[in-house]
Design a protein around this ligand. Structure first.
Ligand SMILES: [Zn+2]
Length: 355
């Protein structure tokens, strides 16, 4: 099944927005999806929630899209939840004697499966990044996490992670006590060439963990390190006071080390696409170049950014040009900035919830 191209182009009044600027982004969302945003806020205000399972290849933007969605609709009622972060949290608990004891007690009371609690703890402690944890263990840990979040809407990122877990996802809301609320899949389609660029140029804020990209998604402030002759981004989250964002080790290799994982993710997405009975929101990141002008506004397309240092004015000059990549079918394509993808997310969720 193909991921349809979502039309975010507006007819009539021409307006331009700088989507990297948080204030303009807010105006943009109200301009393009104001009605739907109101409906969703109203839905949450009445105490309704939903569970959305984010499925996309590694680095497809799951976190970016769901966090931006909650930023627009109301962060106090929506949580983003990643299985990876949860497991890292458990790793930390295991190093603290008191917390480890609590975890052992929790598992003793709540876990049902084929391993003893002792075996589970040993599995967690000796785990390498390749070890797959039993689905029953993941489930009970997810249940615990959601319990901490009371009755909030949750975007679950990283579950299901394997084909056998898809079946569990279908009954997930029953398992966690969300019985009356909606749940649906959010499937994300991004060309691997884009994922490659995202990894190669990504930077992270050490304070708030926000992820950006030197080439594709800069912040509003760029700095220049004259000693190392390199440009860097400054986090524009007001709480971070312009923390310098940093690169992660190993990112220079791009998608090479994760090829197998990407293949597995693709299988998983195809499996989810063929499911009946559960609603699906389909997010598409790329638009074939030849069709772009009918579907999106120019400023919604990801440009490629590059920088120059103006030695006279002592400041960084930000320049941009259109970024064209080949999608997975070999078609020259543009990549969309996160906001138009989030507009399609907002509108499709409104439809799924029948608002
Ligand atoms: Zn930050």
């Amino acid at each position: 099944m193909e991921f349809p191209i979502f039309k975010t182009k507006t007819q009539g009044t021409k307006r331009n927005f700088n989507l990297n600027n948080p204030k303009e982004r807010e105006k943009y969302f109200n301009f393009k999806a104001g009605r739907e945003i109101k409906k969703l806020r109203n839905y949450f205000r009445k105490g309704n929630t939903f569970v959305a399972y984010l499925l996309g290849k590694k680095n497809s933007g799951k976190g970016t899209y769901s966090k931006m969605f909650s930023e627009v609709i109301g962060p106090e009622r929506i949580d983003h939840f990643s299985i990876g972060d949860m497991i890292r949290g458990v790793d930390k608990e295991l190093k603290d004697r008191k917390k480890k004891k609590e975890l052992v007690e929790f598992l003793g009371k709540n876990y049902r499966g084929w391993s003893s609690v002792k075996e589970l703890i040993s599995l967690l402690e000796k785990r390498s990044t390749k070890t797959l944890l039993p689905t029953e263990l993941i489930l009970v840990l997810v249940k615990r996490e959601i319990g901490k979040r009371k009755k909030k809407t949750v975007f679950v990122d990283g579950f299901p992670r394997d084909l056998d877990q898809i079946n569990f996802a279908l009954f997930f809301r029953d398992l966690i006590g969300y019985r009356d609320d909606s749940d649906f899949f959010v499937l994300i389609n991004v060309p691997e060439s884009i994922i490659d660029e995202r990894i190669k140029y990504r930077v992270v804020c050490p304070t708030c963990q926000t992820s950006r990209n030197l080439k594709l998604l800069p912040t509003s402030k760029v700095g220049y390190d004259s000693k190392r002759k390199e440009f860097y981004l400054l986090c524009d989250n007001p709480k971070c006071q312009e923390t310098r964002m940093v690169r992660k080790e190993g990112d220079a290799a791009g998608i090479k080390p994760i090829k197998d994982r990407l293949k597995k993710d693709e299988k998983l997405i195809n499996q989810a696409l063929s499911l009946c009975g559960i609603p699906k929101v389909l997010l598409r990141n790329s638009v074939p170049k030849k069709m772009a002008s009918n579907f999106v506004d120019d400023y919604e397309i990801t440009p490629e950014y590059y920088y120059e240092w103006d030695d006279k004015k002592k400041k960084v000059v930000v320049r941009e040009k259109p970024l064209v990549v080949l999608d997975d079918a070999g078609e020259p394509s543009y990549s969309l900035l996160p906001p138009p993808v989030v507009v399609s997310l907002i509108k499709q969720i409104t439809d799924v919830l029948d608002l």
